[in-house]
Design a binder for this molecule. Structure first.
Ligand code: 5AD
Ligand code: SF4
Length: 473
């Protein structure tokens, strides 16, 4: 019997995939006709990784990949990983296990690992995980296109060298999606502080600042694309400029960025308490666009533990800076990070942490059980607190913070807040925006308000957000 004619089915899954039905036995196979390869990118960890992932997306689009939200549709799966705590690292391995099964069913699938776990593990990752095609470190995004093209030809690639040069910031194309309401702009990367518990200086390298001209050019480009708010991003933005005489410091940079027309609101993260200068504090009093919010991790309220952590400030120094910030900007909201169960933390030290929290009155606090990280100074400290006790302290701390957060949210009821509308909320039927103090707020209104700062009367302060009504557009 003559074979039936081949039948071409175009775009069978709505994602541009086509297939050919053919004889003699009606064989069915996927064909590359009209097919755009698809990237599934998974991002773990901090805002720096979120920002790097935007660049990764742009780079992959540059070599022809579209983006999918479904790993099973992907031709390339990239993981942008985090190793700040052991749990974050274990999650990466868990996800990789799932992608290994996908690859068994689809041998052409490429899998790549980038970010902090990739930087830390490097060659060991390739050796341990034979199904991984490429490993790229935190300084190697500029090599990623070439690596993926080589992987398509069957090569396994590894790039984890540090590039300690400002050039690194200029190696990227514009970020993936121009526009949007709020965007990150990287102003510095890396960290020289070597807090005893922290892996960041090892996986992100030495501090390096991006020149003010380049930062301003990016902010101007974003503003022209309609962006209303920028968040200046770095592991330790307060040491921007390397404190070199004659070079702009972070306060100077903030003033310059605030001068960009079209930008309505300005934020920055993250800050190290020891580097908060009087000039920076002054910015909260003098730059109207600067949102009244600072993320200022204390990590502990005990001087003894702060010394063991190598933080470079005392409890008194920290509280004095918070007081100065509140004096300069009475409505400022302070958020922070806290570690419990650091080696040497006893009940008294923990009580000092709780007391510091009370005194500061954090709007929100991110809290973590200490996790020993390979190669850090604290990994050699005797870890003398039981897991159960660490867990109990974390729960005490978190329940105290929950009460403070709710009380602060309730205290905003009936007040009028300036809310930048970011778009639709997750439920899809309300708008979502943020107050200057960075409280998420849901409100009714038209989507056309996206990107506008509106006056909102807060009708309800909930545990994790506010509910408000627009009173003036
Ligand atoms: N264990 C627990 N928490 C950590 N952090 C950083 N390193 C560790 C660690 N080894 C926390 C700090 C930091 C936040 C980003 O993560 O609180 O500010
Ligand atoms: Fe880690 Fe300390 Fe640097 Fe922050 S300042 S990234 S906690 S070493």
């Amino acid at each position: 019997m003559a074979p039936p004619e081949a039948l071409l089915l175009i775009d069978i899954d709505g994602k541009g995939r086509s297939c050919v039905l053919s004889g003699p036995n009606w064989l069915f196979w996927e064909e590359d006709v009209n097919q755009q390869k698809l990237l599934y990118l998974e991002t773990f960890g901090c805002q720096m990784n979120v920002s790097d992932s935007e660049k990764i997306t742009a780079l992959m689009q540059g070599i022809g990949y579209g983006v999918t939200g479904e790993p099973k549709h992907a031709d390339l799966i990239l993981l942008n990983t985090c190793s700040i705590r052991a749990k974050a690292e274990q999650r990466v391995y868990g996800h990789l296990g799932r992608y290994k099964s996908l690859k068994a069913a689809k041998p052409g699938l490429l899998i790549g690992v980038g970010g902090c776990v990739a930087q830390q593990e490097g060659e060991r990752l390739l050796a341990k995980l034979p199904f991984v095609n490429l490993v790229f470190g935190t300084h190697n995004l500029h090599l990623l296109q070439g690596m993926v093209l080589a992987a398509q030809k069957g090569k396994r690639c590894l790039e984890t060298d540090f590039v300690d040069d400002e050039k690194r910031f200029d190696l990227f194309p514009g970020t993936a999606t121009e526009g949007g309401v709020t965007r990150f702009v990287t102003v510095m990367q890396g960290c020289d502080n070597f807090c005893a518990y922290c892996i960041v200086p090892y996986v992100r390298g030495r501090e390096i600042s991006r020149s003010a001209d380049k930062v301003l050019a990016e902010v101007e480009r974003l503003s022209a694309a309609g962006v209303a708010e920028v968040t200046l991003l770095g592991q330790n933005v307060n040491s921007y400029g390397g404190r070199k005489p004659g070079e702009p410091d972070f306060a100077d940079l903030l003033r310059q960025v605030a001068g960009v027309e079209g930008i309505k609101r300005l934020r920055f993260t993250t800050s190290h308490p020891k580097d908060i200068s009087p000039e920076l504090i002054e910015c909260f009093a003098t730059i109207p666009k600067l949102a009244p919010h600072i993320h200022l991790p204390a990590q502990s309220g005990s001087d003894r533990v702060l010394t063991l952590m190598n933080r470079g400030y005392t409890r008194g120094d920290y509280l004095a800076k918070v007081a100065a910030l509140k004096a300069a900007c009475p409505e400022i909201q302070v958020t922070g990070d806290m570690i419990v169960g650091f080696p040497g933390e006893d009940e008294e030290a923990f009580a000092q942490t709780l007391a510091l929290m009370e005194e500061v009155g954090y709007a929100d606090l991110f809290s973590f059980i200490y996790s020993a990280r390979p190669g850090t100074k604290a990994a050699d400290y005797a870890d003398d607190t039981s897991r159960a006790l660490k867990q109990e302290r974390l729960e005490r701390l978190q329940s105290a913070q929950k009460k403070t957060t709710l009380a602060k949210n309730r205290a905003l009821e009936k007040s009028v807040q300036r809310v930048l509308v970011e778009g639709l909320g997750t439920s899809g039927d309300c708008l979502f925006g943020r107050t200057g103090g960075n409280r998420g707020t849901i409100l009714n209104g038209d989507l056309s308000l996206s990107g506008r700062i509106v006056d909102v009367k807060i009708v309800e302060g909930l545990q994790t957000m506010l509910r408000g009504e627009i009173c003036h557009v």
